[in-house]
Ligand binder design. Sequence first.
Ligand SMILES: [Zn+2]
Length: 306
Amino acid sequence: MDAVAKKYRYITKECLFCNSTNEADHPIVYQKNFRDEDLDAGVFSARRTADHFHYDMVRCSKTGLLFSRHILDDEALNELYKGSVVTFGEQTEFIKRDYWRPIADKVGGWQRKRALDIGCSNGFFMEVLKDNGYEEVHGVEPGTEPKAIARADIRDNIYTGFYGPGLYPENHFDLITCFQTLDHLSDPLGMLRNMLYNTKPGGHVYMIMHNTNALQAKIFGERSPIIDVEHIYLFNKENLSELCRKAGFKVTSVFDVKNGYPMSYWVRMSPLPMKKMWVGTLKVLGMYEKMLDINAGNMGIILEKV
Ligand SMILES: [Zn+2]
């Protein structure tokens, strides 16, 4: 049976700082490498092994912002994300530890009444927050499958859909977290402004995302897993801070995030050639399941609403 060829509508994205796509200041860095029929919800699922599809990507010569110039319209993106599935699996416990570490010694001085995790997946970080003293923990997640497998005491506080205006009251949360999500959005500034609205004065926002200035991104270039159809705007520490200030936040700190996984995970996720050879060698050396903490090219940022 012939598959019906999918036709998507595309929209043009502007630089978040120049508000244009002026080609002289935003030259193309990587050329689009897929056709519409290559896309399905699997391509839009967290942590699946890289497919390496990406749109035309351009870089702002003033700010270094790396972004997709023509992207699928919201309707198509929403459909693809709704069908996305949880693929964290065995890695969840490691991710919980890695994401908690940067705020572990700070939350003692913070109010811990209400928290929100945007793009919460199966609620793994909601669990961490609840287990560390937050009284009321909410989550937002577009995919329907993650909620079904969320921990029982968390599940009812997960809203299935997209985060946006009207969902939560003004000055409501002591902490809003958002991991590996900002670079998937077609309007990150709008999202940040809405986060500011929902945060209590004196409250915090804590986000983690890829860093385009990380060593891996520079070494692997187009083969880096961050050059991906899921990513619309990609940041570095400077332009991310600038965008957060533009939204009205005070930037408290920006830092590298270390990830600790077994060696087997790093080998699977890496764009290294000859993976089988690496796996064999590491197994022989008895190092395949050894834990390894490395800077995988993620950065974190902590913001305050003053
Ligand atoms: Zn620009």
